[in-house]
Design a protein around this ligand. Structure first.
Ligand code: CP
Length: 299
Protein backbone atom coordinates (compact mmCIF):
# COMPACT_ATOMS: atom_id res chain seq x y z
CA UNK A 1 0.00 0.00 0.00
CA UNK A 2 1.33 3.45 -0.96
CA UNK A 3 2.18 5.92 1.80
CA UNK A 4 -0.37 8.73 2.15
CA UNK A 5 1.09 12.17 1.37
CA UNK A 6 -0.09 14.07 4.46
CA UNK A 7 0.96 17.74 4.76
CA UNK A 8 0.98 17.93 8.57
CA UNK A 9 4.10 19.96 9.36
CA UNK A 10 7.36 20.97 7.70
CA UNK A 11 9.15 18.51 9.99
CA UNK A 12 7.02 15.58 8.79
CA UNK A 13 8.08 15.91 5.12
CA UNK A 14 11.45 15.25 3.48
CA UNK A 15 13.34 18.51 2.76
CA UNK A 16 13.77 17.65 -0.94
CA UNK A 17 10.00 17.10 -1.22
CA UNK A 18 9.29 20.50 0.36
CA UNK A 19 11.74 22.15 -2.03
CA UNK A 20 10.17 20.45 -5.03
CA UNK A 21 6.72 21.61 -3.87
CA UNK A 22 8.06 25.17 -3.75
CA UNK A 23 9.54 24.80 -7.24
CA UNK A 24 6.15 23.60 -8.50
CA UNK A 25 4.45 26.56 -6.81
CA UNK A 26 6.60 28.95 -8.88
CA UNK A 27 5.82 26.95 -12.06
CA UNK A 28 2.09 26.94 -11.33
CA UNK A 29 2.17 30.71 -10.75
CA UNK A 30 3.88 31.25 -14.13
CA UNK A 31 1.05 29.26 -15.71
CA UNK A 32 -1.74 30.91 -13.75
CA UNK A 33 -3.64 32.19 -16.80
CA UNK A 34 -3.55 28.81 -18.55
CA UNK A 35 -3.94 26.25 -15.77
CA UNK A 36 -3.85 22.53 -16.55
CA UNK A 37 -6.90 20.71 -15.19
CA UNK A 38 -4.80 18.39 -13.03
CA UNK A 39 -7.44 18.10 -10.28
CA UNK A 40 -10.29 17.11 -12.64
CA UNK A 41 -12.64 14.70 -10.88
CA UNK A 42 -11.00 15.21 -7.48
CA UNK A 43 -12.57 16.71 -4.36
CA UNK A 44 -11.16 18.54 -1.35
CA UNK A 45 -13.07 18.91 1.94
CA UNK A 46 -12.17 21.89 4.11
CA UNK A 47 -12.99 21.83 7.81
CA UNK A 48 -12.67 24.92 10.02
CA UNK A 49 -12.99 25.57 13.73
CA UNK A 50 -11.76 29.17 13.31
CA UNK A 51 -12.28 32.09 10.96
CA UNK A 52 -10.36 32.30 7.67
CA UNK A 53 -10.16 34.48 4.57
CA UNK A 54 -6.88 33.53 2.89
CA UNK A 55 -6.71 29.82 3.72
CA UNK A 56 -10.28 29.13 2.69
CA UNK A 57 -10.26 31.23 -0.48
CA UNK A 58 -6.84 30.10 -1.68
CA UNK A 59 -7.57 26.39 -1.22
CA UNK A 60 -11.00 26.71 -2.82
CA UNK A 61 -9.66 28.71 -5.77
CA UNK A 62 -6.66 26.38 -6.15
CA UNK A 63 -8.89 23.32 -6.48
CA UNK A 64 -11.39 24.97 -8.80
CA UNK A 65 -8.89 26.65 -11.13
CA UNK A 66 -7.28 23.25 -11.69
CA UNK A 67 -10.57 21.45 -12.33
CA UNK A 68 -11.38 20.06 -8.87
CA UNK A 69 -14.26 20.42 -6.41
CA UNK A 70 -14.47 21.62 -2.82
CA UNK A 71 -16.84 21.41 0.10
CA UNK A 72 -16.53 23.45 3.28
CA UNK A 73 -17.68 22.49 6.76
CA UNK A 74 -17.59 24.45 9.99
CA UNK A 75 -16.57 22.04 12.70
CA UNK A 76 -19.39 23.17 14.97
CA UNK A 77 -21.86 21.88 12.35
CA UNK A 78 -20.26 18.42 12.31
CA UNK A 79 -20.99 15.42 14.51
CA UNK A 80 -17.34 15.46 15.68
CA UNK A 81 -18.23 18.23 18.15
CA UNK A 82 -21.00 15.97 19.51
CA UNK A 83 -20.74 12.26 20.16
CA UNK A 84 -18.86 11.11 17.05
CA UNK A 85 -15.26 10.06 17.53
CA UNK A 86 -12.33 11.55 15.64
CA UNK A 87 -11.61 8.08 14.24
CA UNK A 88 -15.12 7.61 12.85
CA UNK A 89 -15.14 11.11 11.37
CA UNK A 90 -11.75 10.60 9.71
CA UNK A 91 -12.81 7.26 8.23
CA UNK A 92 -16.12 8.60 6.92
CA UNK A 93 -14.61 11.77 5.41
CA UNK A 94 -12.07 9.50 3.69
CA UNK A 95 -14.93 7.76 1.83
CA UNK A 96 -16.31 11.00 0.32
CA UNK A 97 -13.38 13.12 -0.83
CA UNK A 98 -9.80 12.74 -2.09
CA UNK A 99 -8.12 15.04 0.46
CA UNK A 100 -9.06 17.13 3.47
CA UNK A 101 -7.67 20.44 4.69
CA UNK A 102 -8.30 21.11 8.37
CA UNK A 103 -7.97 24.29 10.45
CA UNK A 104 -8.19 23.00 13.99
CA UNK A 105 -6.95 24.66 17.19
CA UNK A 106 -5.99 21.42 18.92
CA UNK A 107 -2.87 20.05 17.25
CA UNK A 108 -3.19 16.69 19.04
CA UNK A 109 -6.73 16.10 17.73
CA UNK A 110 -5.62 17.22 14.27
CA UNK A 111 -2.87 14.58 14.34
CA UNK A 112 -5.27 11.98 15.68
CA UNK A 113 -7.55 12.71 12.71
CA UNK A 114 -4.62 12.28 10.31
CA UNK A 115 -3.61 8.99 11.94
CA UNK A 116 -7.02 7.52 11.05
CA UNK A 117 -7.56 9.19 7.66
CA UNK A 118 -7.18 7.14 4.49
CA UNK A 119 -6.73 10.27 2.36
CA UNK A 120 -4.15 13.09 2.53
CA UNK A 121 -4.70 15.51 5.41
CA UNK A 122 -3.42 19.09 5.12
CA UNK A 123 -2.69 21.37 8.08
CA UNK A 124 -4.63 24.59 7.49
CA UNK A 125 -3.30 25.89 10.83
CA UNK A 126 -3.30 24.55 14.36
CA UNK A 127 -2.21 26.26 17.57
CA UNK A 128 1.23 24.72 16.99
CA UNK A 129 1.95 25.34 13.31
CA UNK A 130 0.94 26.92 10.01
CA UNK A 131 3.04 25.14 7.37
CA UNK A 132 0.99 26.24 4.32
CA UNK A 133 1.60 29.87 5.31
CA UNK A 134 5.35 29.38 5.55
CA UNK A 135 5.48 27.67 2.14
CA UNK A 136 3.86 30.80 0.64
CA UNK A 137 6.22 33.01 2.64
CA UNK A 138 9.31 31.19 1.38
CA UNK A 139 7.96 31.38 -2.16
CA UNK A 140 7.54 35.14 -1.72
CA UNK A 141 11.08 35.57 -0.41
CA UNK A 142 12.48 33.61 -3.38
CA UNK A 143 10.40 35.71 -5.76
CA UNK A 144 11.44 39.06 -4.26
CA UNK A 145 15.08 38.62 -3.24
CA UNK A 146 16.18 35.18 -4.52
CA UNK A 147 17.55 32.14 -2.72
CA UNK A 148 16.54 31.88 0.95
CA UNK A 149 19.73 30.05 1.95
CA UNK A 150 22.05 32.22 4.06
CA UNK A 151 19.50 35.02 4.47
CA UNK A 152 18.67 36.69 7.77
CA UNK A 153 14.98 36.57 8.59
CA UNK A 154 14.05 38.71 11.60
CA UNK A 155 10.82 37.97 13.45
CA UNK A 156 9.26 40.53 15.81
CA UNK A 157 6.71 40.31 18.62
CA UNK A 158 4.74 37.31 19.76
CA UNK A 159 6.05 33.75 19.84
CA UNK A 160 3.25 31.82 18.17
CA UNK A 161 2.40 29.02 15.73
CA UNK A 162 3.78 30.99 12.77
CA UNK A 163 7.07 31.67 14.60
CA UNK A 164 7.36 27.98 15.42
CA UNK A 165 6.87 27.07 11.77
CA UNK A 166 9.60 29.53 10.72
CA UNK A 167 11.77 27.73 13.29
CA UNK A 168 11.06 24.43 11.53
CA UNK A 169 11.89 25.97 8.15
CA UNK A 170 15.22 27.53 9.21
CA UNK A 171 17.39 24.36 9.19
CA UNK A 172 15.66 23.00 6.07
CA UNK A 173 16.24 26.11 3.94
CA UNK A 174 19.41 27.02 5.90
CA UNK A 175 18.52 30.62 6.75
CA UNK A 176 19.23 32.48 9.99
CA UNK A 177 16.13 33.22 12.02
CA UNK A 178 16.45 35.90 14.70
CA UNK A 179 13.44 36.22 16.98
CA UNK A 180 12.99 39.50 18.85
CA UNK A 181 10.40 39.14 21.60
CA UNK A 182 9.67 40.10 25.21
CA UNK A 183 11.91 38.40 27.82
CA UNK A 184 9.20 36.02 29.07
CA UNK A 185 8.77 34.55 25.57
CA UNK A 186 12.46 33.72 24.99
CA UNK A 187 12.84 29.95 24.43
CA UNK A 188 16.42 29.02 25.40
CA UNK A 189 15.83 25.38 24.45
CA UNK A 190 14.99 26.44 20.88
CA UNK A 191 18.35 28.17 20.24
CA UNK A 192 20.19 26.31 17.48
CA UNK A 193 22.75 26.98 14.75
CA UNK A 194 20.01 28.67 12.67
CA UNK A 195 17.82 30.18 15.41
CA UNK A 196 18.62 32.88 17.97
CA UNK A 197 16.46 34.89 20.35
CA UNK A 198 16.96 38.47 21.47
CA UNK A 199 15.02 40.99 23.51
CA UNK A 200 16.59 43.82 21.47
CA UNK A 201 14.58 44.59 18.31
CA UNK A 202 17.48 46.51 16.74
CA UNK A 203 19.77 43.47 17.04
CA UNK A 204 17.21 41.45 15.09
CA UNK A 205 16.66 44.16 12.48
CA UNK A 206 20.35 44.85 11.80
CA UNK A 207 21.16 43.84 8.19
CA UNK A 208 18.11 41.57 7.96
CA UNK A 209 16.89 40.53 4.50
CA UNK A 210 13.34 39.91 5.66
CA UNK A 211 11.38 41.60 8.44
CA UNK A 212 8.33 39.64 9.55
CA UNK A 213 5.71 39.91 12.24
CA UNK A 214 2.23 38.67 13.11
CA UNK A 215 -0.66 39.73 15.28
CA UNK A 216 0.03 39.99 19.01
CA UNK A 217 -3.40 38.50 19.75
CA UNK A 218 -3.97 35.23 17.90
CA UNK A 219 -7.48 33.85 17.42
CA UNK A 220 -8.73 32.54 20.75
CA UNK A 221 -6.50 34.93 22.77
CA UNK A 222 -8.94 37.86 22.74
CA UNK A 223 -8.49 40.09 25.84
CA UNK A 224 -4.71 39.48 25.99
CA UNK A 225 -2.62 42.47 27.16
CA UNK A 226 -0.38 43.82 24.40
CA UNK A 227 1.68 46.53 26.19
CA UNK A 228 4.80 44.35 26.44
CA UNK A 229 4.88 43.97 22.64
CA UNK A 230 5.02 47.71 21.80
CA UNK A 231 8.88 47.80 21.67
CA UNK A 232 8.64 45.09 18.99
CA UNK A 233 6.41 47.02 16.61
CA UNK A 234 7.83 47.00 13.08
CA UNK A 235 8.25 50.66 12.16
CA UNK A 236 10.45 52.85 9.94
CA UNK A 237 13.34 52.65 12.41
CA UNK A 238 13.33 48.84 12.25
CA UNK A 239 13.17 48.88 8.44
CA UNK A 240 16.02 51.42 8.26
CA UNK A 241 18.32 49.05 10.19
CA UNK A 242 17.63 46.21 7.75
CA UNK A 243 19.28 45.69 4.33
CA UNK A 244 18.27 48.25 1.65
CA UNK A 245 16.55 45.42 -0.27
CA UNK A 246 14.72 44.11 2.84
CA UNK A 247 11.08 43.17 2.49
CA UNK A 248 8.31 43.36 5.08
CA UNK A 249 6.06 40.31 5.44
CA UNK A 250 2.96 39.52 7.49
CA UNK A 251 0.65 36.52 7.10
CA UNK A 252 -2.38 38.78 7.75
CA UNK A 253 -4.82 39.86 9.06
CA UNK A 254 -2.86 43.01 9.96
CA UNK A 255 -3.54 45.18 13.03
CA UNK A 256 -2.34 48.57 11.88
CA UNK A 257 -0.20 50.53 14.33
CA UNK A 258 -0.03 47.56 16.67
CA UNK A 259 2.48 44.98 15.36
CA UNK A 260 3.25 47.12 12.27
CA UNK A 261 3.21 50.88 11.74
CA UNK A 262 1.17 52.31 8.88
CA UNK A 263 4.37 53.84 7.40
CA UNK A 264 5.75 50.34 6.80
CA UNK A 265 2.52 49.10 5.24
CA UNK A 266 2.64 52.09 2.88
CA UNK A 267 6.29 51.54 1.92
CA UNK A 268 7.64 49.73 -1.17
CA UNK A 269 9.18 47.12 1.16
CA UNK A 270 5.74 45.82 2.06
CA UNK A 271 4.92 42.65 0.08
CA UNK A 272 1.95 41.38 2.08
CA UNK A 273 -0.49 41.22 -0.85
CA UNK A 274 1.96 39.25 -2.99
CA UNK A 275 2.47 37.00 0.04
CA UNK A 276 -1.30 36.51 0.31
CA UNK A 277 -1.57 35.78 -3.42
CA UNK A 278 1.19 33.21 -3.11
CA UNK A 279 -0.99 31.23 -0.71
CA UNK A 280 -2.96 30.30 -3.86
CA UNK A 281 0.04 29.09 -5.85
CA UNK A 282 1.67 27.32 -2.90
CA UNK A 283 -1.65 25.64 -2.09
CA UNK A 284 -1.88 24.31 -5.66
CA UNK A 285 1.57 22.76 -5.34
CA UNK A 286 0.85 21.31 -1.90
CA UNK A 287 -2.40 19.79 -3.17
CA UNK A 288 -0.64 18.37 -6.24
CA UNK A 289 1.88 16.58 -4.01
CA UNK A 290 -0.82 15.35 -1.63
CA UNK A 291 -2.81 14.01 -4.60
CA UNK A 292 0.16 12.33 -6.34
CA UNK A 293 -1.26 8.89 -5.47
CA UNK A 294 -4.46 9.90 -7.28
CA UNK A 295 -2.39 10.38 -10.44
CA UNK A 296 -1.79 14.13 -10.20
CA UNK A 297 1.43 15.54 -11.64
CA UNK A 298 2.47 19.17 -12.18
CA UNK A 299 4.71 18.35 -15.17
N1 CP B 1 -2.86 33.96 7.16
C1 CP B 1 -3.97 33.22 7.24
O1 CP B 1 -3.96 32.01 7.54
O2 CP B 1 -5.12 33.90 6.91
P1 CP B 1 -6.59 33.42 7.22
O3 CP B 1 -6.73 33.29 8.72
O4 CP B 1 -7.47 34.48 6.65
O5 CP B 1 -6.80 32.08 6.57
Amino acid sequence: MKQINHFLSLESIEPQVLKSILKNAHALKKNKFNPSQIFAGLSLAMVFDKRSTRTRMSFETAMKQLGGHTLVMNMEEMQITGAESVKDTANVVSRYVDAVMIRMSDDAIFREFASHAKIPVINGMTNESHPCQIMADLMTIEEKIGDVQGRKIAWFGDYNNVTKTFEQAAPIWEFDLVIACPPDLIQPARNTKNITFTTDPMVAAQDADVIVTDTWVSMGQEGKTIDKFMPYQVNAQIMAAAQPHAIFMHCMPVHKNEEVAQEVLDSPACVIYDEAENRLHAQKAILAWCLENAGVSVK
